[in-house]
Design a binder for this molecule. Structure first.
Ligand code: ADP
Ligand code: MG
Length: 714
């Protein structure tokens, strides 16, 4: 007997052959197969009379074979099978190529159902390489109308040529026909699929039962079946996603965290001493965070703000309060350059306070203030443990997670450029790899400049509260952005010389590090050589890329930060976070090689002060799409709009980096279906509120545990 667990390879001859190929797609059992959904349907719900056929259409006909024979094509050595098929209206020629066996399968006098494309040549219409199925002589009425209920009657007999015929993603020489055949053999087991979705949710949202949805997704009788089946199956995916987020949230709330009292006087002092006035959006975000910190439940908050909106100082206010309360805060950055920059700027920001700040990256460890000097003498002592034990604010890279560090009394963890870390990493930090004795957990603040559409935010950050900085610091000028044609390159260089004379600094970005023979894509090394020797021999320049030693990188960033280096030629290592307010020109070579969001990030490296700033885009690629994309950048300064435009040109994986951003893998739901996502979230919240143990719904609980290895429900 066939059950859901039966392996496909055990299903007879076809199962054995096809099962092997399906294995490559991760489809092993009958159940896997039933959850292998079609991505599209051919609509053969109308049965045409042969006399109704027209050139160019794809259609289904039913008739009787009058003649069938194999031929060799004289010129190309090809086998051609030709047949003549008649229905009550007319006859038509059928042609297949290189499938001589068909002449053995189909015999004169057989009734067949055929679906395929109609073409016209000098001899009239013919149907080319159609799918075929034998059928019994149909009652004339049935042929004539082909309305759904009748198609339903046929379901189970004809699966390849009539009705809505599903198309599956294939691999190797797997065919639709083979998959459909196997599904037809096994579809009755769909009735045994456990429907884990609580009855009340199905009812309230008017969703199909799971066995019904599975049956209909493979064998729909009409478009409505497809829509209803898809709705249920897509809801399932998003609902599980949202339920998991809600469980994470619940779990986090089971932890206790330290209460951080708002140090009003010191905070005011800190803010008053800043070289600028905080924007209202910054104040509001800081306030939301401070409110969270005062609770004894862990904060889970996302701070979202476009490049240059000033997230760092908001984070600093939070860290200041934590340190003044006698606890530790950690700030993690995706790159070493950025970690060091944060270390330097936080050190400066807190220079009036007696707060020790540590830096931990895999290649560098430091501690600020008086301790720094002491340590210089006994270098061997500067290990992570020493720093952790002696500082209140710790800044670092991923190394902080990887080294499995035991903090002394960690109370706040901040992740800068959150999208550069995976979602899983965020959770690791959250529940701690033993950082803190259960049941305490640090407060968590994620920061990102990635403008993501609402539905994506829900999918990725469904477990987080969100603060948004939707306002740029006052006095920022629009960064003049233009695509520079090759014949204006000299003029651009001249402009750069003038800017440097006025005291400004320049970034030059190239897509590659090393000289490449690939289509002349600019490399940092080559461009540096050229600019340094030929174009700007009188100007001090620096070169930055990922292959440099950490000390070298730092030396260069330091000199650039101190305005000793005037022109910095770099790869994308400076893409995120780097803050050198005196830089006023961002020149990007091979701009077509970068995504819009990325270009927007590069551009965000300039225009960080009152100086008028510029972004010059160079490209050899004049393809229409490329130009359109780059032009979008010259017209638009809003990261959110740009991301939207980018999404149109390239998929979300390309735009946001699927794997690292932790995008959930969805088979049938769309990450952009905001309405359904929202509905799934509302249902998940409601359910968790009713019974957070999920014990009322054992099937659902099992389903969640099966797909959820991070948090296990007790
Ligand atoms: P991002 O949000 O991209 O991380 P940063 O925190 O690096 O932005 O801030 C960008 C620049 O703006 C920094 O040089 C910072 O000192 C400055 N800045 C931050 N807030 C303000 C403000 N309210 N007014 C003026 N400049 C500000
Ligand atoms: Mg930043």
């Amino acid at each position: 007997m066939i059950t859901l667990e039966t392996e496909l390879t055990k299903l007879g001859r076809i199962g054995a052959a096809v099962g092997k190929k399906l294995k490559k797609l991760g489809v092993l059992t009958v159940e896997d197969l039933l959850f292998y959904f079609p991505f599209r349907y051919d609509d053969f719900s109308k049965i045409y009379k042969i006399s109704e056929l027209q050139s160019g259409i794809t259609a289904n006909i039913v008739g009787q074979i009058e003649l069938i024979q194999n031929k060799r094509s004289p010129r190309r050595r090809m086998n051609i099978t030709e047949a003549l098929v008649r229905d009550e209206s007319d006859t038509i020629k059928i042609v297949w190529f290189n499938q001589p066996f068909i002449a053995r399968v189909l015999k004169v006098g057989d009734f067949v159902s055929l679906s395929g494309k109609i073409e016209e040549d000098y001899s009239g219409f013919s149907m080319i390489s159609p799918n075929y199925e034998k059928t019994s002589p149909p009652p004339p009425l049935l042929i004539r109308r082909g309305v759904p209920s009748e198609n339903e009657a046929r379901r189970g007999t004809l699966v390849h040529t009539q009705g809505l015929v599903p198309n599956y993603h294939l691999t190797g020489n797997l065919t639709h026909k083979q998959i459909r055949y196997l599904i037809k053999q096994t579809i009755s087991t769909a009735n045994n699929i456990i429907d884990w979705l609580p009855q009340e949710i199905k009812k309230e949202n008017n969703l199909l039962d799971l066995p019904d949805a599975i049956t209909k997704i493979h064998f729909p009788k009409d478009q409505e079946d497809i829509a209803k089946a898809r709705e249920r199956l897509a809801f399932d995916e998003l609902f599980l996603l949202q339920l998991r987020s809600q469980i994470t949230r619940r779990n986090v709330l089971q932890y206790v965290s330290t209460t951080i009292k708002f140090k009003e006087k010191e905070t005011k002092q800190f803010v008053d001493n800043l070289p600028f006035k905080l924007t209202n959006a910054q104040k509001k975000a800081a306030w939301e965070i401070l409110k969270d910190l005062e609770k004894n439940k862990p904060m889970s908050r996302l701070l979202e703000g476009d490049v240059g909106s000033g997230k760092t100082v908001v984070a600093a206010i939070a860290m200041l309060n934590v340190a003044l309360n006698g606890y530790q805060a950690v700030l993690m950055a995706p790159t070493e350059i950025l970690a060091k920059q944060h270390y330097e700027s936080i050190k400066n920001l807190f220079s009036r306070f007696d707060i020790k700040i540590g830096l931990i990256t895999s290649s560098d460890k430091r501690l600020s203030r008086n301790v720094e000097r002491t340590i210089q003498n006994e270098k061997e002592k500067i290990n992570s443990k020493f720093i952790i034990n002696n500082s209140q604010i710790i800044i670092g890279t991923h190394a902080l997670i990887q080294e499995n560090i035991k903090f002394k009394n960690l109370s706040l963890a901040i992740i800068d450029e959150q999208h550069r870390f995976g979602v899983e990493q965020r959770k690791t930090l959250l529940v701690g790899t033993g950082h803190c004795p259960v049941p305490t957990s640090p407060h968590l603040l994620s920061m990102t400049a990635t403008p993501i559409p609402r539905s994506l935010a829900l999918a990725l950050y469904g477990d987080l509260d969100v603060s948004i900085i939707n306002e740029m610091p006052a006095g920022r000028k629009k960064i003049h952005t233009q695509i520079v044609p090759e014949n204006k390159r000299e003029a651009a260089y001249q402009f750069i010389r003038e800017q440097i004379k006025n005291g400004r600094q320049i970034f030059v970005i190239c897509p590659l590090i090393d000289i490449s023979d690939k289509l002349g894509v600019k490399s940092v090394k080559e461009e540096f050589e050229k600019l340094d020797k030929l174009i700007f021999p009188e100007i001090k320049m620096g070169m930055l890329h990922g292959k440099l030693k950490s000390a070298e990188k730092e030396e260069i960033m330091k000199e650039f930060g101190e305005n000793k280096i005037k022109i910095l030629v770099s790869t994308s290592v400076v893409e995120v976070g780097v803050d050198v307010p005196n830089a006023a020109i961002m020149m990007i070579e091979g701009a077509d090689r970068f995504g819009l969001a990325q270009l927007h990030q590069f551009r965000g490296r300039v225009g960080r002060s009152e100086h008028q700033s510029y972004c010059f885009l160079f490209t050899d690629n004049r393809a229409e799409n490329t130009m359109k994309r780059l032009q979008a950048l010259t017209n638009c300064y809003d990261g959110f709009q740009l991301a939207k435009i980018d999404l149109k040109f390239r998929g979300p994986g390309e735009v946001y980096g699927t794997a690292q951003a932790g995008f959930p893998e969805l088979k049938i739901a769309s990450l952009f279906d905001y309405e359904l996502m929202k509905k799934a979230q509302a249902n998940a919240i409601k359910l968790i509120e009713k019974d957070s143990t999920l014990n009322s719904w054992p099937n659902l609980k099992e389903k969640i545990n099966e797909t959820n290895n991070l948090f296990h429900l007790e």
